[in-house]
Design a protein around this ligand. Structure first.
Ligand code: HEC
Length: 260
């Protein structure tokens, strides 16, 4: 028993130092923002998520896949079938024709989002050896996902704005991309967004900050499209349990009323 306890204590200590080692890394935590989808009653901001799809489509889709989504899923963002068909009218996807020959055909609602590269190796080869990760669940896959992603997209520091200490400590060259929030700072992705990079059609000002928060809203939805249902069910269950508790209390009082 004592041996078991000692092993447990050692394991706990190892875990604790591991956690401290990660926390003491060189990157600062990203700024904390308020997100529409936070909290027990939070919902996705449909307009922001629709703009976020545009950011993904116009910019990120050149490198990042979003394999868990099909085009029809975009209807869950408040778009009609015809609006989604209009959005995807210029997208072609690889398929085989009746003779088994590879062809490109127009995308259908039932198609999964088109992949920018045929496989990981091709993706890595086109990006200096680092394959861009699939973004389907990236918001869930990173600690403090929404804030981290927003920080990542807005946190690039140009070479001439770096301090000599930073250049030395992280061995940064003019060809590297330095990001304040990426672990290790040097990231193979060049800054993908900038002011006016995406032409919004709803009158929203297309700043770097706005594009970043819009694409995070979209990717947060992509990584948990049923969050709103889950929260709604949660609220109903709590209300039901409260009502049940009240009812049970009344029953208890009734049953025991003449016993004391
Ligand atoms: C030109 C190609 C390219 C474009 C365009 C691009 N990325 Fe990337 N992205 C990459 C590469 C390459 C990596 C891998 C970086 C690494 O591991 O050093 C990456 C990594 C990432 C990561 C993972 C970071 C981490 O913590 O591991 C996220 C999130 C991301 N990109 C989001 C986006 C978003 C959102 C957009 C669109 C606004 C976008 N990217 C546009 C190439 C691109």
């Amino acid at each position: 028993m004592r041996k078991l306890l000692a092993t447990g204590a050692i394991a706990l200590a190892a875990l604790a130092t591991g956690a401290v080692a990660i926390a003491a890394g060189t990157t600062e935590p990203p700024p904390q923002r308020k997100w529409h989808f936070q909290g027990p009653f939070g919902t996705y901001d449909r307009a922001a998520a629709q703009r976020g799809y545009q950011v993904y489509h116009d910019v990120c889709a050149a490198c990042h896949s979003l394999q868990l989504l099909a085009y029809r899923n975009l209807m869950e963002l408040g778009l009609t079938e015809n609006q989604v068909k209009d959005l995807i009218k210029d997208i072609t996807v690889p398929d085989l024709n009746d003779d088994g020959q590879p062809i490109d055909r127009p995308a259908r609602l039932s198609d999964r989002f088109k992949k920018p590269f045929p496989n990981q190796a091709a993706a890595a080869a086109a990006n200096n050896g680092k394959a861009p990760p699939d973004l389907s669940v990236i918001v869930k896959a990173r600690a403090d996902g929404p804030n981290y992603l927003h920080g990542l997209l807005t946190g690039y520091v140009p070479y001439d704005k770096l301090t000599p200490e930073q250049i030395k400590e992280f061995a940064v060259t003019k060809d590297d991309n330095f990001n304040k929030y990426f672990p290790g700072h040097k990231i193979a992705m060049a800054p993908p967004l900038a002011d006016d990079k995406v032409a919004y059609t709803d009158g929203t000002k297309s700043t770097l900050d706005q594009q970043s928060s819009d694409v995070v809203e979209f990717l947060a939805w992509a990584s948990e499209p049923h969050m709103e249902d889950r929260k709604r069910t949660g609220v109903r269950v709590v209300l039901f349990l409260l009502a049940l508790a009240g009812f049970m209390y009344a029953v208890k009082r009734m049953v025991w009323s003449d016993k004391h």
